[in-house]
Design a protein around this ligand. Structure first.
Ligand SMILES: Cc1cc2nc3c(=O)[nH]c(=O)nc-3n(C[C@H](O)[C@H](O)[C@H](O)COP(=O)(O)OP(=O)(O)OC[C@H]3O[C@@H](n4cnc5c(N)ncnc54)[C@H](O)[C@@H]3O)c2cc1C
Length: 382
């Protein structure tokens, strides 16, 4: 096995803390959270107390002052436990970086410290009912009115929306422009006119809340503009590389966990007087699964190393997301098969992982959008 060389001792100590937290504070409650469709605030507060939130945000803004490897540890340990409920990563590694990279000093001081403790929950709203792949075509409008902006429109599939205290909202500020007409806004949950829609029922990731949001003439001051006016699309594009890397990291860790669950299961389950693991078909299947994961593991670790030095570009991130999430889909299907009927039962982690994983090939840019990014770039058409 090729050893992983990414992590230092401090990351391994942190991994130990995160693993214990997940065993004690996440796994015992996850089934109940799947039933209710949300992770309660108390779990977020405990995660904040244990240092699991906003670990890559500098200490002066309340974070742990760690790096993307600390984030990677949190993502991997949740994946290893099959815990898709707490969207810690969306909050810490997707929304917090927008505020950290593009926020004013006042915005950073207002939101990052409570996000690190779990007192403030964050979400990001890009996707609309009319479509999510074509971000340049969004229809939610922020119209200038004196010193304010007035937001009207609708968003859908918004993770963490149920408990969110602040939402980064992508809006059109110049209706005539596409990419150059989008701006990002910080919208607080108690703004008049902001309505929370249905808690949507999903195929998987059932504990992670996903909802509609309605904006009916929501007035926000100029101070809520995040970054420059009409630069929102470029801000989204530069942050999406990390979002896609996160999906690749999660997919690879989930695949590794699934392989281990399968090895454990086929080693004890018997048929025709021997264990399922004694059949050559099982060993060949698991050998192929192992090899597929090992290649993704090498690639994704290399991407993480590049990302630590700001060297990961949009194409590599798209390759990582596409390859690792497709691999995850294939191997979960093959592993589930070796569990027989039990593999189809929700009570087994393999069944839940199979359903949970389907989202990764759609959310944060579908596989086809990844191919579009990669193809356009390698052909010099970007
Ligand atoms: C569980 C979950 C959580 C989510 N959380 C969030 C969130 O927190 N915030 C947020 O803003 N969004 C979120 N999303 C939305 C997600 O990012 C979008 O679903 C995704 O970008 C696809 O947009 P869409 O669903 O509108 O599909 P569409 O844009 O309608 O596309 C449908 C399909 O058309 C095909 N297609 C699209 N474009 C192309 C192309 N250029 N070439 C070829 N084929 C193409 C693809 O197969 C694609 O899947 C979430 C989605 C899910 C499922």
């Amino acid at each position: 096995m090729i050893p992983r060389e990414l992590f230092g001792e401090e990351h391994e100590i942190f991994r130990h803390t995160v693993r214990r937290f997940v065993e004690q504070e996440v796994s015992p409650h996850h089934a109940a959270w799947e039933d209710s469709g949300v992770v309660p605030r108390s779990a977020w507060l405990k995660a904040g107390e244990a240092g699991l939130l906003c670990c890559a945000i500098p200490a002066e803004y309340g974070g742990m002052g760690g790096d993307f490897l600390h984030s990677t540890v949190v993502i991997e340990e949740l994946a290893r436990a099959g815990a898709t409920g707490p969207a810690f990563s969306l909050h810490s590694d997707i929304v917090a970086p927008y505020i950290f990279h593009y926020g004013t000093e006042a915005q950073k001081r207002k939101w990052l410290p409570p996000m690190a403790t779990g007192e403030a929950l964050a979400a990001i709203a890009m996707t609309e009912p009319s479509g999510g792949s074509d971000l340049q075509g969004i229809r939610t409008v922020a119209r200038r009115d004196g010193d304010d902006f007035v937001i009207s429109g609708q968003k859908v599939f918004i993770t963490n929306a149920q408990g969110a205290d602040v939402i980064v909202v992508a809006c059109k500020t110049d209706l005539a422009a596409r990419a150059k007409g989008i701006s990002l806004f910080l919208v607080e949950k108690d703004r008049p006119g902001l309505g929370l829609g249905r808690l949507l029922k999903k195929v998987g990731c059932k504990a992670m809340d996903t909802s509609e949001l309605f904006f009916d003439q929501v007035r926000v001051p100029m101070a809520n503009l995040l970054g420059e006016e009409n630069r929102g699309f470029y801000q989204l594009m530069s942050e999406l590389a990390q979002e896609r890397l996160i999906q690749a990291v999660r997919a690879t860790a989930t695949a590794e966990a699934a392989l281990q669950w399968t090895i454990d299961y086929v080693s004890q389950r018997e048929a025709f007087g021997r264990t399922i693991g004694d059949f050559q078909n099982t060993q060949f299947t698991l050998a192929e699964v192992h090899a597929e994961i090992a290649l993704c593991r090498a690639y994704v670790d290399r991407c993480v190393a590049l990302h630590l030095n700001q060297g990961l570009d949009a194409v590599d991130a798209a390759v990582a997301k596409m390859t690792c999430t497709e691999m995850q889909g294939r191997i979960l299907d093959r592993c589930l098969q070796l569990f027989g009927g039990w593999g189809y039962m929700w009570e087994l982690p393999i069944a839940r992982a199979f359903a949970d994983a389907r989202m990764a090939r759609i959310a944060g840019g579908s596989i086809e959008v990844m191919k579009h990014i990669i193809g356009r770039n390698i052909m010099g058409k970007a």
